[in-house]
Design a binder for this molecule. Structure first.
Ligand SMILES: NC(=O)c1ccc[n+]([C@@H]2O[C@H](COP(=O)([O-])OP(=O)(O)OC[C@H]3O[C@@H](n4cnc5c(N)ncnc54)[C@H](OP(=O)(O)O)[C@@H]3O)[C@@H](O)[C@H]2O)c1
Length: 474
């Protein structure tokens, strides 16, 4: 166990929800079993149901951890019985937060904790503001130890709302106490992008407009909106995926070399990228919405036929953007971002296409002329990277063809740790490197808010395709 970690009370708001049960609680169990957190660490689940008991909550947690693939039933039961508690807060009134305060202080006293608290808001975004305010008003943000606030995405719905949320947070918490999660940053493969760029001088010397022709960032999903119509109708593809996940991939790909691998330096460089992106032009955006189609041989319905979606909805389930990073390194290199639901395949990739040699000395066996080197960084699935080379085709003719060299994360290292495991451990360590700063939220909303507010056509595309044809043209 790291000696730096101190016993902590982790308070999870939304502890009955999907995220808490699929990701957060299994990750906390794994950290405990692996001895990465002090044994005294306690978890207090908070929900609106005041009728729920510690025992009932423990039973739910037990089942979720088993479902996550852990098979040691006795160890899970023991952990739940000794480490997990529950408190219902109903509508979250002042009185109910006082009771929560009393429960927290009594747990801390009984278990001899020194007041270190993490408040993890795993609740729908409309609950962020009221919960943060109640934490402040009830003075739960003040303790004898340190307090940290963890907030899930989405952070705001536009520039104005993100500004208001940041202002509210900063009324009760200092920025160094705030951990805005974008779970893409917890993925090993996303962090590997930094190692790849800054640990290998081979690539850094060609990572610029002289050698790179274009960069494409693609996050494609086969899934539709499942049972999340209510959330998705208010969100759409740009808010759901681009403003956060794709933008993280963009900033890590385009950023300058940070002074050191530490929170302030890294976050500063990411904000610089966002500030150097030119306003997105109308002709550089394509929105789409899936219609009925076929995925993996099965028929699937269109977005407007999904349960809970309006039959005349114009919410985009697809977006493609062309971005111009107007700085010395990237001037003239287009960055294409593309994401959509119900696409042909599930994959997240960064594709870097290098410039072709200026003179074509050789014939291409594929009849396509000289091909560029292409570097594909695969975030998921088949995590790793591959790079294409021109090689001579065996035979009497001097003709070249493209072949790939690849690195597979799982072949080299076996199973990849879960993003939440990495991120929660970092919160406990007090390391903000892999979290989004207030400045970054504002810089990114500054970029996307005009796109959201402009009225643009939403082009239909059949489920199981790669999106509307208008995006291909772009
Ligand atoms: N699920 C994921 O994979 C995922 C991934 C990335 C980010 N997120 C983000 O994580 C957060 C939680 O997601 P989720 O999928 O777990 O959502 P969820 O299941 O809909 O909600 C979590 C819990 O929050 C409580 N809740 C609902 N509305 C509330 C409100 N207005 N105020 C306070 N509590 C409320 C509910 O518990 P009670 O009824 O018991 O109070 C619910 O079980 C969201 O912000 C989401 O965008 C989720």
């Amino acid at each position: 166990m790291s000696t730096k970690l101190e016993p902590t009370l982790i308070v999870i708001f939304g502890a009955t929800g999907d995220l808490a049960h699929r990701k957060i609680l299994p990750a906390l169990y794994e950290m405990a079993v692996e001895g990465q957190v002090p044994e005294q660490t306690l978890i207090l689940g908070v929900g609106r149901n005041k009728g729920k008991s510690d025992a009932a909550f423990r039973q739910d947690v037990n089942q979720s951890i088993e479902k996550s693939g852990v098979s040691d039933a006795d160890a899970i039961t023991k952990w739940c019985d000794t480490r997990i508690f529950y408190q219902g807060i109903g509508k979250g009134t002042r009185e109910e937060f006082s009771k929560l305060h009393a429960k927290i202080t009594s747990l801390e006293k009984k278990h001899k904790l020194n007041g270190n608290r993490i408040f993890h808001l795993a609740i729908p975004p409309e609950g962020f503001g009221p919960t943060i305010k109640s934490l402040g008003v009830s003075e739960l943000n003040k303790s004898l130890g340190w307090t940290r606030l963890v907030i899930e995405k989405p952070f705001g719905r536009d520039l104005q709302s993100a500004r208001e949320l940041n202002d509210l947070i900063h009324k009760y918490f200092e920025e160094k106490q705030v951990y805005r999660i974008d779970h893409y940053l917890g993925k090993e493969t996303v962090q590997n992008l930094l190692a790849f760029r800054f640990g290998n001088s081979l690539f850094e010397s060609v990572w610029n407009r002289e050698k790179i022709e274009k960069v494409e960032i693609i996050v494609a999903e086969e899934l539709g909106i499942e049972s999340r119509a209510d959330y998705y109708e208010k969100s759409g593809a740009l808010r759901d995926m681009v403003q956060n996940h794709l933008t993280q991939l963009l900033t890590l790909t385009a950023m300058e070399i940070p002074l050191a691998f530490q929170s302030d330096d890294l976050r500063f460089e990411k904000v610089k990228v966002l500030r150097s992106i030119a306003p997105i032009r109308a002709e550089d955006v394509v929105f789409g919405q899936y219609t009925e189609g076929e995925i993996g041989g099965n028929g699937v319905r269109g977005y407007r036929q999904e349960e809970g979606v309006r039959s005349d909805s114009t919410t985009p389930t697809f977006v493609a953007l062309k971005m111009r990073v107007e700085n010395w390194r990237w001037h003239g290199v287009p960055f294409y971002l593309k994401t959509g639901k119900r696409l042909k395949d599930r994959m997240s990739e960064i594709v870097v296409t290098f410039r072709c040699p200026p003179v074509a000395l050789f014939k291409s066996s594929e009849g396509k002329g000289t091909q560029p080197n292409v570097l594909v960084i695969a975030i998921q699935p088949n995590e790793g990277f591959r790079i294409s080379f021109q090689v001579k085709q065996p035979g009497p003719e001097m003709a070249v063809q493209s072949e790939w060299m690849h690195f597979s994360y799982s072949e080299a290292f076996g199973p990849i740790p879960e993003a939440y495991h990495t991120l929660l451990l970092d919160v406990m360590r007090g390391d903000q490197t892999l979290f989004v700063s207030a400045d970054e939220t504002l810089a990114s909303w500054q970029l996307y808010t005009p796109v959201l507010h402009a009225h643009r056509a939403v082009h239909p595309y059949p489920a199981g395709s790669w999106g509307p044809k208008e995006a291909e043209k772009m």
